[in-house]
Design a protein around this ligand. Structure first.
Ligand code: ADP
Ligand code: ZN
Length: 291
């Protein structure tokens, strides 16, 4: 018997079956179209297995309040056809097993803590810098949910004095996501991030914003490990510069050797690499089974 995992993204879905040790046995990927068509692919894939539980790490916003009438729904997304979609309800029609449901970044945080770079910590964050910016947090051993779920990608940041870019967030303009997501980079510089690899100023500005944000997360949540993934973090020159800016913003105030002397082991890439999302969904399935 396997655990089922769904990494539900705005552009693609990944489904996998795996084991409680984080091993993925088989996986499939398909584009996110309408809920009806996409769910048909999901059900077809999982129908070939006997499952113990299913974990779903989903794009949002989503309703995670188990006492709410719309628990398990995708709520107010601008993505056509998906607003108010009852994700957990649809899956549980076909599979009568425990279902774990959380945000994509919370799932990845859980996966990184169980099997990846944040193993052994009770407080850690997983940040993705891609089409959007999102952060999942584990606090004292539990995923942080609160009112809805944290939306740490939309914090307000101090603008770099040389940066005149208006920002690309439809809600806030120059919030972190509006200044530093993949689409923000593309809009500011007129080319995709991958094509700007040789342009140093692109990445030092990017590191200025990401470093500032991570300094905030450190001040507020006191994580023992910071894991940063997503497409934009694939730029190899970025992470060292992010660490540098984190130290500059904190300016010696947080007196811990992890930051003062071992920051290369403190702010790191995902231990699970590109599997952070799907392994995270597997971790949600494992957690659902445990409950
Ligand atoms: P998503 O966020 O949609 O799940 P990704 O994490 O792959 O997917 O993020 C996609 C974004 O990351 C795009 O804006 C893309 O331009 C950017 N990106 C992908 N690869 C790179 C790279 N090697 N360098 C810089 N930016 C990249
Ligand atoms: Zn925003």
């Amino acid at each position: 018997m396997y655990l089922g995992a769904i990494e539900a993204g705005g552009t693609k879905f990944v489904c996998a079956v795996g084991s409680g040790d984080g091993t993925v046995h088989e996986r499939t990927t398909f584009p996110t179209t309408t809920p009806q068509e996409t769910m048909r692919h999901v059900v077809d894939f999982f129908s070939r297995y006997e499952l113990k539980a299913i974990g779903i790490g989903s794009f949002g916003p989503i309703d995670l309040n188990k006492n709410s009438a719309t628990y398990g729904h995708i709520t107010s997304t601008p993505k056509p056809h998906w607003a108010n979609f009852d994700f957990v309800g649809e899956i549980s029609k076909h599979f009568h097993v425990p279902i774990g449901f959380d945000t994509d970044v919370n799932a990845a945080a859980l996966g990184e803590r169980l099997w990846g770079a944040a193993r052994g910590t009770d407080n850690c964050i997983y940040m993705t810098v891609g089409t959007g910016i999102g952060v999942g947090a584990i606090v004292e051993g539990r995923l942080l949910h609160g009112l809805l779920h944290p939306e740490m990608g939309h914090i307000l940041v101090r603008r770099h004095p040389d940066d005149a870019f208006a920002g690309s967030c439809p809600f806030h303009g120059d919030c972190l996501e509006g200044m530093a997501s993949g689409p923000a980079i593309e809009k500011r510089w007129g080319k995709k991030g991958a094509e700007l690899a040789a342009q140093k100023e692109v990445w030092s500005l990017e590191a200025f914003y990401l470093g500032q944000a991570i300094a905030h997360y450190i001040l507020i949540l006191s994580p023992e490990k910071v894991v940063a993934g997503g497409g934009v973090m694939k730029q190899p020159q970025l992470l060292p510069d992010v660490r540098h800016h984190v130290r500059q913003f904190l300016n010696g105030y947080v007196q811990h050797e992890a930051i003062l002397h071992h920051i290369d082991d403190y702010i790191v890439l995902p231990g699970l690499g590109d599997n952070a999302g799907i392994c995270g969904a597997l971790a949600l399935a494992k957690q659902a089974l445990g409950e």
